[in-house]
Design a protein around this ligand. Structure first.
Ligand code: ZN
Length: 263
């Protein structure tokens, strides 16, 4: 019996750890689980019947999809999945695509939905793409710089070096959108670049997020600077709060529809 005591103690500890993790979760595990779930949603796009087109393939050869809904009016280009460790945006964009497909009367304008710009990152659960580049620091802006403070912000060897960056640029050239929304997390803010304050205010009336034209730290080579400030296209970076897909959908469905339908 004495001999067995240390084993018993280990068993009790293990049981306690399993209990707490199951009951309360741990942030790393939750993040991992979210990324896995949303990766599954991305993989299902190949077989659903919404009518996704493959625009292009990522660095590792994964399809980058788009869905065009509404055939006239002002065009909104809507992106999820710039960063693979922010699965909430992908979930929200796919939910919106399903909803709008099921309720086509909701739309008065056109939307081009790109749920996962950076599938390699989503499948790996990383911020950066397969070449370890942060796409949101890789755009060819006037302030692009090879300097970076952390690995996760690596801007690449040169501006627009990455396939995913080039695909976002091509989508703008192709669709000439009047407005752009890209969805990130977890900062809980509507960040706006370029002439987009009115659009940000309109969205805030529905989701009640704060709005801001400055994220609070430098973002050289960012998509917002590229499309919003330098191309002059109203560009919103919608930063969701930490992952809670049901809540994000409830709070943002009407905000996104209002933004797309803005005359
Ligand atoms: Zn992000």
């Amino acid at each position: 019996m004495l001999k067995n005591k240390p084993i018993l103690r280990i068993v009790v500890w293990l049981a306690a750890i399993v209990y707490f993790v199951t009951r309360y979760g741990i942030p790393w595990y939750q993040g991992h689980k979210a990324t896995e779930e949303v990766s599954g949603m991305y993989q299902e796009l190949a077989n659903d019947n919404l009518g996704w087109d493959v625009v292009e393939y990522s660095t590792q050869g994964h399809p980058i999809y788009q869905l065009v809904l509404g055939d006239s009016g002002v065009t909104t280009l809507l992106f999820g999945g710039f960063h693979g460790d922010e699965p909430g945006g992908v979930d929200l964009v796919i939910r919106l695509a399903r909803y709008l497909s099921a309720h086509p009367g909701t739309l008065t304008q056109r939307v081009v939905i790109v749920p996962v710009l950076n599938p390699d990152a989503l499948l790996a659960g990383t911020r950066v793409n397969a070449n370890k580049v942060d796409i949101n620091r890789n755009f060819p802006t006037k302030d692009w710089s090879p300097a970076y403070t952390k690995e996760r912000y690596f801007p690449g060897p040169e501006p627009a070096s990455e396939k995913e960056t080039a695909i976002a640029m091509q989508l703008i050239d192709r669709w000439k959108p009047e407005r752009i929304i890209s969805i990130h997390s977890d900062l809980h803010v509507i960040n706006y670049n370029g002439p987009s304050r009115e659009l940000a205010l309109r969205m805030a009336r529905y989701n009640h997020y704060p709005i801001d034209d400055d994220i609070g730290y430098p973002t050289p080579g960012s998509f917002g600077t590229y499309a919003g400030e330098e191309m002059g296209i109203p560009t919103i970076t919608l930063e969701l709060p930490p992952y809670n897909p049901e809540e994000a959908w409830k709070n943002n469905r009407d905000a996104l529809i209002a933004a797309i339908n803005m005359p």
